[in-house]
Design a protein around this ligand. Structure first.
Ligand SMILES: [Mg+2]
Length: 209
């Protein structure tokens, strides 16, 4: 058996964790703004939350505090799905777009929720690494291009398109308002992107990826 084909790529925010819900609470608490979930149609929080550049910086500082990360809720159905795949011999690789300085808090959260995984990587998915300092090790999308997966689970439409088109991997796209614009999915990626409304649909669609 080709072990590289038993690797499953899993994103964390808004795939395993209810990150946007926590961010919405922080937005209300610190900026006195409320943006309903259904109105978050842009992955770019500055636009979806209507924040100025310096507000975004302050907001992200608050959002990346260890306590803020540790208090994000687990998405229902995520752990049993990963446990099932692990038992069946799949390797769970977590690839997050969070900045690498959140590693300790991220690992604590994964432990707290007993999320099975063989690896956690920080990936500059959105071209933000320039803000992360130079002494940290992160992958970029070119590094990810060298990897092989039998399935990816993502919520970023841009990253899903990259994975489907460049790695030719099937992508379970967790449905959210910010990834619903079909015009942003090019034809060459379309047939590999499967929209799933939650983990029960992911497992039903990919019982044996
Ligand atoms: Mg995400």
């Amino acid at each position: 058996m080709n072990t590289s084909n038993r690797r499953i790529y899993i994103d964390i925010d808004d795939v395993l964790s209810h990150t946007i819900a926590r961010l919405g609470q922080l937005l209300h608490q610190h900026f006195d703004k409320r943006v309903p979930y259904e109105e978050i149609t842009e992955f770019d929080l500055a636009r979806s939350f209507g924040l100025e550049e310096e507000e975004v910086e302050r907001f992200l500082e608050i959002a990346h505090e260890p306590d803020a990360i540790r208090s994000i809720a687990l998405v229902e159905g995520a752990r049993p799905a990963l446990e099932g795949w692990s038992r069946a011999g799949y390797e769970i690789h977590l690839l997050t777009g969070r900045p690498p300085f959140t590693e300790d808090a991220t690992r604590a959260w994964l432990e707290q929720h007993a999320i099975p995984h063989v690896q956690l990587d920080f990936v500059d998915k959105y071209g933000r690494a320039h803000a992360w300092g130079e002494d940290v090790e992160v992958l970029d999308l070119d590094d990810v291009r060298q990897l092989e997966f039998c399935l990816a689970v993502e919520d970023s439409l841009e990253v899903a398109v990259f994975l489907a088109a460049e790695l030719e991997v099937e992508v379970a796209l967790i449905d959210h308002p910010w990834n619903r614009d079909p015009s942003r999915i090019p034809d060459r990626a379309r047939e590999r992107i499967v929209r799933c409304r939650g983990w029960s649909e992911v497992v039903a669609r990919f019982p044996d990826p």
